[in-house]
Design a protein around this ligand. Sequence first.
Ligand SMILES: O=Nc1c(NC[C@H](O)[C@H](O)[C@H](O)CO)[nH]c(=O)[nH]c1=O
Length: 194
Amino acid sequence: MYLKGPSPQHHDGSGLRVAIVHARWNETIIEPLVAGAKEKLLAAGVKESNIVVQSCPGSWELPIAVQRAFFLSLISASQIQSNTTGAPSATDLLAASTSDLTSLTNSSSGPFDAVIAVGVLIKGETMHFEYIADAAVHGLMRVQLDTGIPVILGILTVLNEEQAKARAGVDGKGHNHGEDWGSAAVEMGVKRQE
Ligand SMILES: O=Nc1c(NC[C@H](O)[C@H](O)[C@H](O)CO)[nH]c(=O)[nH]c1=O
């Protein structure tokens, strides 16, 4: 039995498309987290060409960056489907009802089956940390429920750099949580397709 992380499961990721959207603050920690997530995606059979990595300035921008990645991939998916350039605009898609979006995302050439949002928030002297962490976490939960696309929470909220390194498996310490996020993305992506 496991005390902390979820008991491991094996899922075939060969049919998945996954986005990793990461902030660029604290990049010495972000980089190993993203690498760990990608390693687990590839190990589960996700094709390299089906892993899209995008970035945004900081964790505050992650919810809108994830939502944008989702909608833009919808546009490319509908262009592929309709094979015309007259695909609905981002404005059209933003205005689409949830049920429309659900039908759109069920298409085979649909967008991402899961998105991993990666950020590293390190507590400073002010309350900035708390406000960004709270807003980003609630924002990502809203994006996944609004879009129906699983958004894996890959935001480290730590009190100091040592804690961050330990959770990125840096300096041979601790465990790279990015690996857990990659595995969660495969599981949730497969379950979304069922
Ligand atoms: O402040 N510390 C951090 C931070 N601040 C920037 C914020 O996310 C946003 O990009 C700016 O406020 C501009 O909107 N972003 C992080 O990812 N980690 C931090 O530790």
